[in-house]
Ligand binder design. Structure first.
Ligand code: BTN
Length: 251
């Protein structure tokens, strides 16, 4: 792992910090990364964070857990969801190179059918109307075959394919290549193209499903769109439209 990461670092001209064990790569990336594209990667995290205040855990040496720094100064604060779109698309596109048919579950979980294969935790620093720094934390289930039974629906690249084993630095490189292309596209005002690719990759788009609000109210509806600011638009069976921010609806 370490020597392949050194090659990766030379190839891309970025700093890669490799740690056997740490608290959370997102926290370390905040301290040690200085240039766009720099990465912190760990075999093991004692305080790995997920979305909605959840923990992210992974057995040592089987999966990918890393954080990278982006400085999307070309985006305004209200356009921050484009970072999430580009990153989740890059993860999906990377999986597809390995015959893993991944989709994006809004806002940025990565699913194969009804099983979660990767998670993304993005933390932005915003000053005034600009995003000065984005720490992109990604956990990808690569070679893990057995999961804690308390996890609702996990899967991995190894479980989804007939391959026994994937080289994790190859997977990281594939993701990095995809992200570089999508991020360039975003910087060249390719927002409409990113929007369209995100919608094409959206899990359950246009399919009837049960949605639950935090108060417990559930209803049947269909995802119709994700708006530029990241809010989801759901149409219920009576034809009424509901618009939610992240955490305001689950499904
Ligand atoms: C989720 O809940 O789906 C997001 C999971 C994000 C996990 C990754 S692992 C690397 C990075 N460091 C963290 O503490 N979290 C992210």
């Amino acid at each position: 792992m370490k020597s392949k990461l050194e090659e990766f670092s030379k190839l891309w001209g970025v700093e890669v910090t490799y740690l056997e064990a740490t608290t959370s790569t997102n926290d370390i990336a905040r301290e040690v990364t200085s240039a766009q594209g720099d990465i912190v990667i760990a075999e093991c995290q004692s305080a790995g964070r997920g979305q909605r205040g959840n923990r992210w855990t992974s057995p040592s040496g089987e999966n990918l857990m890393f954080s990278l720094l982006l400085t999307p100064l070309f985006l305004s604060a209200e356009e921050q969801f484009y970072v999430s779109k580009a990153v989740s698309l890059a993860v999906c596109q990377a999986f597809r190179e390995y015959e893993v048919q991944a989709m994006i579950k809004w806002p940025n979980d990565i699913y194969v059918d009804d099983r979660k294969i990767a998670g993304i935790l993005i933390e932005h620093d915003v000053t005034g109307d600009s995003i000065t720094r984005s720490i992109i934390g990604i956990g990808i289930n690569v070679n893990q075959r057995e999961f804690d039974p308390s996890l609702p629906n996990p899967t991995s690249m190894a479980l989804e394919t007939s391959s026994e084993y994937f080289d994790r630095v190859d997977v990281l490189s594939t993701f990095y290549e995809k992200l570089t292309a999508l991020y360039d596209l975003l910087g060249r005002d390719g927002k409409a193209e990113i929007d369209s690719q995100y919608m094409d990759a959206l899990y359950l788009l246009g399919q009837p499903h049960t949605f639950t609000e935090p108060g417990g109210r559930s209803y049947r509806g269909v995802i119709r769109n994700v708006l530029p600011d990241g809010q989801i638009r759901i149409e219920d069976e009576a034809g009424h439209t509901h618009i939610y921010l992240f955490k305001e609806v689950s499904y």
